[in-house]
Design a protein around this ligand. Structure first.
Ligand SMILES: [Zn+2]
Length: 446
């Protein structure tokens, strides 16, 4: 009610009228917002910063942002320590993989390969132990049943469904996690033929035959083609030009030209350039990505109070963007030579103190439930907070290998909670390299 009164007063003020309503939109005296009172551990250099929102225009977006900040501050007070419950997270993903899912998971019936990836990847990131033989068999069996015509029809989301580029991406990542090179070798040339059938005249790719095309479907095709070493000039003709047309006036990338910049699409577009380009210098060309604009947009996604990242302008913090936006930073840092573009420490605090659920698994934000998707991408984000990346593209013998496979990493702290990932794939660093060595050596020997 008080907020409604404030809004009316504000609108009246804008209209130049007062009508006896006291106009007071400042929160200066609002003790709830005095975030400096937060009793933080003196060992932390991260302290939530006051947000510029308090004197801003009053709208639903502003109200939601303010409510979220208060929620996050409460969460920081309730969780003063940086703890990591690896055993609980492992129990959560293993149980979800090995037992029958409750009926409300029916809505994920077109996402079987995704669920395999979301559940197997966290184990590979936080456990020293390899996947058990039982889980490896389960994943291989599940993905095998989704492969259409030995790959000529791609990989489907479920046993009786049609091939789909996103399911193909998730299915191939799952087979990389189980190191099933026999099956990948068998389907890779058939997948190439299917990808060619998805290619559109503008350079992008359709999700499935007759389906939609966007930066997401294009990344799914390119990333699979690159890791299986089946990229040809015919496959990527006009693709870079099309992707460049998706960069918006804000600096981020949209799904298709002339729409809104978004974290997921920006990841897909920039990661695609790490597949299309083999040299850092290609990013410096005039006809390439507007790096300064992209950096400006990307760094604006980290919020001062929350420490976490949002996916779009004027949207709330959400832990899954710890990867979609979080991966933009090391990619940009490694091609520009800029220093650190985000506070790894602040994002780590958001992940460990706000997004980590007490019973295991990760959530978008406090008050939301844990799920497989947020658990995987939040852990990928945590890994990015614990690692610094550079790119070595000096070796001329490797000129034909995409930049995506030229990262080198350094772990910031020897006590990190996760293993390193490849920022273009969201897979464990070593597994991506093993896969690259298998397919690139295999073709060089042929
Ligand atoms: Zn999310």
């Amino acid at each position: 009610m008080a907020k409604d009164k404030e809004k009316v007063a504000y609108i009246m003020k804008l209209l130049g009228r007062k009508r006896g309503v006291e106009v007071n939109i400042s929160h200066d005296n609002d003790s709830d917002r005095e975030i400096n009172k937060l009793d933080t551990n003196p060992e932390f250099s991260f302290n939530p910063q006051d947000s510029p929102i308090k004197d801003d225009y009053i709208s639903k977006t502003v109200d939601d942002q303010e409510d979220t900040e208060m929620l996050i501050l409460e969460c920081y007070k309730e969780h003063p320590q940086l703890q990591f419950s690896d055993k609980l997270h492992l129990a959560y993903v293993r149980k979800s993989l090995q037992s029958q899912l409750p009926h409300y998971y029916n809505s994920l019936d077109a996402n079987h390969p995704w669920m395999m990836y979301w559940l197997a990847n966290p184990q590979s990131l936080i456990s020293e132990e390899p996947l058990t033989a039982q889980i490896v068999d389960l994943i291989n069996d599940k993905i095998s049943r989704c492969i259409r015509s030995e790959g000529l029809g791609g990989i489907a989301g479920g046993a009786n469904q049609m091939g789909h580029a996103a399911s193909t991406y998730a299915g191939v990542l799952s087979l990389i996690l189980t190191e099933n090179y026999e099956l990948l070798d068998k389907i890779r040339h058939n997948l190439y033929k299917w990808f060619i059938s998805l290619k559109l005249p503008n350079g992008s790719f359709a999700m499935h035959v007759g389906g939609e095309s966007d930066t997401r479907s294009t990344y799914c095709v390119l990333s699979v083609a690159a890791i299986l070493n089946i990229v040809t000039d015919e496959l990527v003709e006009k693709t870079a030009e099309w992707l460049l047309s998706c960069q918006t006036y804000e600096g981020g990338f949209a799904g298709v030209p002339y729409t809104e910049a978004h974290g997921g699409y920006s990841f897909c577009a920039l990661a695609s350039f790490f597949i299309l380009y083999n040299k850092k210098s290609q990013f410096q060309e005039k006809s390439s990505v507007h790096l300064d604009a992209l950096i400006k947009w990307a760094v604006s996604r980290q919020y001062g109070v929350e420490g976490g990242l949002s996916g779009r302008t004027n949207k709330l913090v959400d832990a899954c963007y710890s990867f979609w936006i979080g991966a933009l930073y090391p990619m940009l840092e490694s091609v520009t030579g800029e220093g650190e573009l985000f506070s790894r420490e602040a994002l780590g605090h958001y992940i460990l103190r706000c997004a980590q659920a007490e019973g295991g698994g990760f959530r978008d934000k406090p008050g939301k439930s844990v799920d497989f998707y947020h658990t995987n991408y939040t852990l990928c984000g945590l890994s990015l907070c614990e690692t610094l990346f550079t790119i070595d593209d000096d070796d001329e013998k490797e000129d034909s290998i995409p930049l995506a496979f030229k990262f080198m990493y350094k772990t910031i702290d020897s006590n990190s909670f996760t293993g390193p990932i490849n920022p273009v794939y969201g897979l464990p660093f070593d597994l991506t390299n093993t896969c690259r060595d298998h397919f690139y050596r295999l073709d060089n020997e042929a």
